[in-house]
Design a protein around this ligand. Structure first.
Ligand code: C2G
Length: 129
C-alpha cells in the first residue's frame, strides 16, 4: 500500500490542481490531501474566495483523493508523514527544493506545474468581466 501526501490551498479549484492531484494519485494506492485552513492561509498572506469547508468538500469529491486533512501550520508535515505512514510527499514544481528535508521521512517529488492557470489568474479574469 503506497500512500501519497500533498498540501495546498486549492482555492477556485482548477485544472492545474486536478492535473497535479491525478498525477500524484497515480503514484500510489491512496492520495491524502492536506487543505490549508482559512486561518493558515491568513498566515500565508492568502485570502481565499472559497471557504475552507467548501474547499475540503470539493477536494474530497475528486475520485483520485482518498482523504482530506487540515493544514494548520508549516511544521506539521514530518508528523503527518510519520502518523499517516506516508511513502511519497509530492508538490507542484513551483515548490521545487523547498521540502527536500522531508526526504528524511519519505520520498519527495515535485511534478511539473500546469502552465497558464492559477487561482490569481482566475481572480483577475473574473474581476475584469
Ligand atoms: N499547482 C500546479 N499547477 C498550477 C497551480 C498549482 O501544479 N497551475 C499545484 C501547486 O504547485 C501546489 C498545488 O497545486 O502543489 C496547490 O497549489 P495552491 O493551492 O496554490 O497551494 P499553495 O499556496 O502552493 O500551498 O504547505 C504547502 C502549502 O500549503 C502549499
Amino acid at each position: 500500500m503506497t500512500r501519497v501526501l500533498t498540501y495546498g490551498t486549492f482555492d477556485l479549484l482548477h485544472i492545474g490542481h486536478l492535473n497535479l492531484l491525478e498525477r500524484l494519485s497515480a503514484l500510489g494506492d491512496e492520495l491524502i490531501v492536506a487543505v490549508s485552513t482559512d486561518e493558515f492561509n491568513a498566515e500565508k498572506g492568502k485570502r481565499c474566495v472559497v471557504s475552507y469547508e467548501d474547499r475540503c468538500r470539493l477536494i474530497s469529491a475528486l475520485k483520485c483523493v482518498s482523504a482530506v486533512i487540515p493544514e494548520t501550520h508549516w511544521s506539521q508535515k514530518p508528523n503527518d508523514i510519520r502518523r499517516l505512514g506516508v511513502d511519497v510527499f509530492g508538490m507542484g514544481s513551483d515548490w521545487e527544493g523547498k521540502f527536500d528535508s522531508l526526504s528524511l521521512y519519505c520520498k519527495v517529488i515535485y511534478l511539473p506545474r500546469t502552465e497558464g492557470i492559477s487561482t490569481t489568474h482566475l481572480r483577475k479574469e473574473i474581476s475584469r468581466r
